[in-house]
Design a protein around this ligand. Sequence first.
Ligand code: ADP
Length: 333
Amino acid sequence: MDFRRYSLPWYAYALLAYAVLGTIWWSILLLRKNAETFDARIADLTTRMTISRELEPGQTIESTAVYQEAARDFRAQRGMIVGEAILLLTCILGGAYLIYRDLRNRLMAADQQRSFLLSITHELKSPIAGVRLILETFQKRRDLPEGTQEKLSTNGLKEADRLTELVNNLLLSAKLESGYQLSKEQLDLKALLLEAVDVVKTKYPTAVVKLCTDDDLPFFRGDDAGMTSVILNLVENAAKYSQPSPVIEVELAQNGPEELVITVADNGPGVPDEHKSKVWRRFYRVGNEDTRRTKGTGLGLFIVKEMVQRHGGIIELDDNEPTGSKFRVRLPL
Ligand code: ADP
């Protein structure tokens, strides 16, 4: 995390330092005053007891009951001052930290919203521009050879698919935020995986995707749109982040009588450890929006995690060997 980006203005630190130093200074002052009062009290006692002959010759003031009482008072006062000082310092520093943490979280959320707006604008603009260009070409050149026409319309359809996928992710994440009702259907996860693999192979022709599934797997009771999105997002991310030559291994297996496990592993750079717990957040993307080359909105893994959890499942992220990432979805049967 870039702490400098989320640091406070200098006068906030100056105020904090003033409050801390002020508390320490006042505490030292009070401790000194307490000691001076004690010394003065003992001196006064010694004089009075010597005059009234309560203090016998050779007897020290320390051995008298009044001295012991004064010493007890002195220690009690000292303890109170030190205790109050520690409490006050804890309140100042703890309060400052809580305010800073809250502010930093708000700034980070604002940054993520900004990243999201930047990426969504880009994601929307490029397919729209692509489709527009294709339509303009058709309008201007009515004599295009059939092969070119075919290629252009395929590209146009791909762009339209990209838009549909983006809008679907946006809708799904908005629904998840406002209480999505899962439908419970008998799902053939193997069929969903095959579909996703086909989509990804068409979209990323250089990708090598290996699908490995157990035979005679039971159906999974879950939400069709939700689970389709989970699988598509994971397999597509694997291809997207392992360019230029993705090698993806997708596996579906039954683990005991109660669990189905989907694993999606790739040979990309993987997710750095410090980002592993954060990639599930809405709009979170690793790196900086201004320098990033891969397209995306930071919604995919948010949807994946929410959906898996709402199905009572668990999602795990590990490093793949020798490189890459390995996502594992564990679904209860
Ligand atoms: P998007 O792909 O739209 O950026 P996601 O929510 O799907 O959003 O992913 C969040 C971030 O997690 C991505 O920006 C990317 O940095 C990282 N990530 C996701 N999947 C992978 C993967 N298979 N390999 C490496 N990084 C990944």
